[in-house]
Design a protein around this ligand. Structure first.
Ligand SMILES: [Zn+2]
Ligand SMILES: [Zn+2]
Length: 268
């Protein structure tokens, strides 16, 4: 089968490798679609910040099952990691910080014709059946959309809240659509790329600004009776624009940003 790997020194290579053999409790999935995440591009072409596995937004058909929970032919979404559910981090709502999280991974990767799902991932809810009508290309958004929903949950977002966001890339675009779907009263977006700014408008942002030439804080105040927004979101990998998010939020508001991952050593 063909699988995509990070090439030494940068870039990617397609390798012909054997189809993984599965053991009790595991399943083998035939990949149907796999999203390419910003972290995949970082691994392949920039600074590797996470382990060198490519492709984790993955959906497919169960090719072989040695688990009582899944049958061959079922359409599934597979999450690439699961948490232990017992450690300090798991018990304190930081599942992705669990030491088991990065160790429980699909093999060899999502950008592969077939991949194996370890028993722990199958048993701990890492595999979900897809509804019949859901297209593969839509289903690959389950993982990124889940990241956005989790962030919104942590900000205690509810319908009627006003939100500012700096960055309107793929993640920011999901934020805008989900926020409007969930009843945000006002969504203001700051973005320096004119293309992304235009996309943000098309996806439903109530106000947009290019912070290089416009006063984003003013835009946020104008949409909220001068107060500033309830929730500010930093949706860029860079931490520098965080100040802009902070300035756009009202007194007593909430801020969401993700800690940049610790850098790992380049694969050798
Ligand atoms: Zn992702
Ligand atoms: Zn844990």
């Amino acid at each position: 089968m063909k699988s995509v790997f990070v090439k030494e020194g940068g870039g990617v290579k397609v390798a012909d490798i054997p189809v993984p053999k599965i053991s009790d409790g595991e399943i083998l999935v035939r990949m149907k679609a796999c999203g390419i995440d910003g972290t995949d591009l970082e691994k392949a072409y920039g600074r590797p910040l996470t382990p060198p596995m490519l492709g984790h937004e993955v959906v497919g058909v169960v090719e072989e099952s040695r688990s009582p929970d899944f049958a061959e032919g079922e359409r599934v979404f597979v999450h690439h990691h699961v948490s232990c559910g017992k450690c300090y981090y798991c018990l304190n709502d930081s599942l992705t910080m669990c030491s088991m999280f990065l160790k429980t991974t699909i093999e060899p990767c999502g950008l592969s014709e077939f991949f194996k799902v370890p028993r722990m991932n199958v048993e701990r809810g890492g595999v979900l059946r897809l509804p019949d009508g859901l297209a593969w290309m839509e289903a690959v958004f389950i993982e990124p959309a889940a990241c956005v929903l989790r962030a919104l949950k942590r900000t205690r977002f509810t319908a009627g809240r006003s939100v500012s966001m700096v960055g309107a890339g793929p993640t920011g675009s999901l934020f805008i659509q989900l926020l409007k779907l969930m009843g945000a009263s006002f969504v203001a977006v700051a973005e320096i790329s004119p293309f992304r700014l235009q996309k943000a408008k098309e996806l439903g942002a109530d106000a947009t600004a290019n912070p290089l030439s416009e006063d984003f804080v003013d835009v946020c105040r104008c949409g909220t009776d001068g107060r500033g927004v309830d929730i500010g979101v930093l949706a860029t990998p860079a931490v520098r624009p965080l100040q802009l998010v902070i300035d756009s939020v009202r007194r007593g508001g909430t801020i969401s940003y993700s800690e940049p991952p610790k850098r790992v050593k380049k694969p050798s």
